[in-house]
Design a binder for this molecule. Structure first.
Ligand SMILES: Nc1ncnc2c1ncn2[C@@H]1O[C@H](COP(=O)(O)OP(=O)(O)O)[C@@H](O)[C@H]1O
Ligand SMILES: [Mg+2]
Length: 251
């Protein structure tokens, strides 16, 4: 990748704009805006719960979850700290101070499904096959640390088999259907990203499921960690992911 492509690939804003161009992907993207006072106000009042995150972040660092209070007021959580405010002004001032000069986004918050009281989301690994076709080579759940608002491995998240996380939410047949749907969504996303990154061979698509099991695209990772798949007892996905990965490295 050129230096310019590496730069744009780190921007969640830029990648979101690329995906929004595709009408079949559009419905799965949570409303995302740049962090400004105006956008913060609109978004928190429209959605009740939002995520405020760095435009160029990794590992869940700097991610904030903000909510309107039950009757009144506002709150946000950052790492394991919860802060509450009576007015929008105080809430905004505190967030703006925390963010400083960094570029941040505001995104509709997805009420992620839970397993044993912990939030989880799903990573779909999409890689170019030996024949040059996009394939979903791995799917894995990421179970967040109980006191954290992110599911990232580097923030205490635990890679877990999707069967384990979803079995309490749906039947075996529904699960099979959902996995198929997520894999197809991942492949459409990789194909869309390929238009801008023609030499890229793998994408890690992070998908959140809300209480109605609707998938929402949380982030597309340019350099997804293959080793999370090694955390599963069943090594078949890990082996496939690594095999496809080596193929790309030797070219
Ligand atoms: N809009 C959202 N709704 C619910 N959870 C979110 C949202 N955005 C981020 N998260 C949670 O925070 C984690 C980190 O956010 P992400 O945008 O992937 O940033 P990073 O690049 O640091 O991984 C996600 O994996 C997810 O668990
Ligand atoms: Mg992420």
């Amino acid at each position: 990748m050129s230096a310019k492509q590496v730069q744009s690939g780190q921007s969640k804003w830029y990648k979101t704009q690329l995906l929004l161009k595709n009408n079949t992907i559009h419905p799965f993207i949570p409303d995302t805006r740049k962090f400004t006072k105006h956008n913060l106000k609109q978004m928190i009042h429209s959605y009740g719960m939002i995520y405020v995150k760095p435009e160029r972040g990794t590992y869940g660092n700097g991610v904030i979850r903000a909510e309107r209070g039950e009757r009144q007021g506002y709150a946000y959580q950052y790492e394991e700290t919860l802060r509450q405010f009576d007015t929008f002004e105080a809430f905004h001032n505190s967030l703006a101070k925390k963010i400083g000069k960094r570029s941040y986004l505001v995104q509709k918050g997805i009420h992620l499904l839970k397993h044993n009281g912990r939030r989880f989301d799903i990573r779909v690994m999409v890689q170019l096959s030996p024949k040059g076709v996009w394939e979903a080579t791995g799917i894995i759940g990421r179970l967040g640390h109980p006191r954290k608002i992110v599911t990232n491995y580097h923030s205490g998240g635990k890679p877990t088999a999707v069967e384990q996380l979803l079995s309490t939410h749906l039947s075996a047949q529904q699960l099979m259907h959902l996995k198929g749907e997520l894999n197809r969504l991942g492949i459409r996303i990789a194909a869309q990203m390929q238009k801008t990154y023609p030499h890229h061979r793998q994408f890690g698509v992070d998908i959140g499921l809300d209480r109605t099991l609707k998938p929402w695209i949380i982030e597309v990772n340019m350099n997804p960690d293959p080793y999370i798949f090694n955390q599963l007892k069943d090594k078949s996905m890990y082996r496939r992911v690594m095999r496809y990965r080596r193929l790309g490295l030797t070219k």
